[in-house]
Each structure stands twice: as C-alpha cells, then as structure tokens.
Design a protein. Structure first.
Length: 255
C-alpha cells in the first residue's frame, strides 16, 4: 500500500516524507524579501538623498511636498505614497505564497506538516487575511504609479535642458521595464482581461480580449521571475541614486 505524501490534520509540525532539502527554498525569500523590507523602511523614513540631477528614487515617486510647505519636517514624503506599492506587493498572489511559507511556516513547504496553532485557520475568508482580496484595487494604483515612474525615466534623459543618458538613466529605465512586466503579469489583471470568461466568442470585444489575455498569460507564466527581478531592481535604483546624492558614487555619462 502506498501512503499519501500529504500531511494529515494530525501531522506534527515539520513532519514530511520528503527527502529533499525543502527548507532551502525558504532562505532566498527570507533574505531577499526580509532584506528589502528593512532597507525600504529605513529609506522611506530617511526623507532625504532621494534625488540627484534628473534622477528621482522610485521610493519617492511621485514626489509630494519635498520642501515641507504643509508636511511636517520630520515626515518623509515617501511615507505619503508607500502604501500603494507596499500594498500591491504584500497582497500579490505569488508573494503571499512565498511569505506564508517563509515567515509564517504555514505550511513551510508542500507536503510538510504545519504548526499546531492553525486549528482554527479560516484561510483568507476572515479578518485580517480577507483584506488580501483587495489586491485588484492595488493593481489599479500600481498602474497609476507606473505612469509616474515612466515620466521619471523621461525626465532622466534631461541634463540641464540637454538630452543625455547617464548610467542612472539606464538603471531607471531597466527598473521601470521590470516593474511594468511585474505589474502586467499580475494574476488579477489576467483575470480581469479574460480569465473570468468562459466563452471569448460570446463576450463583448471577445477577439481582442482573447489576444490580450493570451499575451498576458505569457507574462503571467513568468510572474515569479518578474516579482523578484523588479524587487531587486527597485531597491538597487534607489540605492544608486542615494549613493549619487550622498557623493559616494559619480554618475557615468553614457551620452
Ligand atoms: S498577483 Fe502578483 S502582482 Fe498581482
């Protein structure tokens, strides 16, 4: 008789028949997501060194009241806007899976016993996790924020009224491309465009919606890749601009 690899309700925490090093999958999530969370929090509260020449850090875009006309001196402009990108990432379907496993160990991995405290677990049907369902609204905000970020890239070609390309321009451009790929590979967007339809030929604009859905499906299959690549790129873009603003780096002019 072959026993099921799926842990039963009475399984002990960590109990599994898996023989591979399943826990290794948790480490990159803890290091990258945890490290990014700490860095982004520190930078958001820092409230300075967020622009240099034509470059603006993505953590501070759109930049609101940088001269503190109505914003208290101690209040960083990043804190006004942080909720949108943060909410989009933390409610992302992929990241949810990743951090539920890595930080809550719930479950630690496929077919590995969960902690005992989840006896009354109601999934995402009860507060607070039911709030994860507002992801699609964060998607709308993320698309709006992408417009600001693309505008920042446009401005990053302007060196005192003259067209130019610096290393910072290239870094900002790559970053916004990765953020765009991450946003447009979103599960919610794919669902809205066509995933919820049973019959494309019966729906209004069915043919173009099918084409758009097919394209978004290709992106969606790579959502995890775009999630990590854009996380690293947005952190690195901010870091590079901070280093320029502090005088630690010099920008390399490509053109
Ligand atoms: S599912 Fe990941 S951004 Fe929407």
């Amino acid at each position: 008789m072959v026993s099921s690899p799926v842990p039963s309700r009475t399984s002990q925490f960590g109990e599994t028949q898996r023989r591979d090093s399943w826990w290794l999958e948790l480490l990159p999530v803890i290091i990258l997501f945890g490290g990014f969370g700490i860095y982004a929090t520190l930078r958001a509260f820092e409230g300075k060194l967020y622009e240099w020449g034509p470059y603006l850090s993505p953590f501070y875009s759109p930049l609101i009241d940088p001269d503190h006309h109505w914003l208290p001196r101690f209040f960083s402009p990043a804190l006004l806007i942080l909720g949108a990108p943060l909410g989009f990432r933390t409610t992302c379907y992929y990241y949810r899976k990743a951090y539920y496993r890595a930080f809550f160990l719930d479950p630690p991995a496929c077919t590995v016993g969960e902690p005992g405290f989840r006896k009354n677990y109601k999934g995402e049907t009860r507060f607070p996790f039911i709030l994860q369902n507002i992801h699609r609204y964060f998607l709308y905000l993320a698309i709006l924020f992408l417009c600001f970020l693309w505008y920042d890239v446009y401005k990053a070609f302007d060196f005192g009224g003259k067209f130019g390309i610096g290393l910072g321009t290239a870094i900002m451009f790559v970053n916004v491309c990765l953020l765009t790929l991450y946003t447009f590979s979103c599960h919610s967007l794919r669902h809205i465009v066509g995933g919820k339809l049973d019959c494309f030929s019966c729906a209004t604009f069915g043919i173009p919606r099918h084409s758009a859905w097919s394209f978004l499906t290709i992106l969606n299959e790579r959502h995890m890749l775009f999630a990590w690549a854009s996380l690293v790129s947005v952190g690195f873009t901010d870091f590079y601009i901070r280093m320029l603003a502090s005088g630690a780096f010099k920008d390399f002019r490509l053109l």
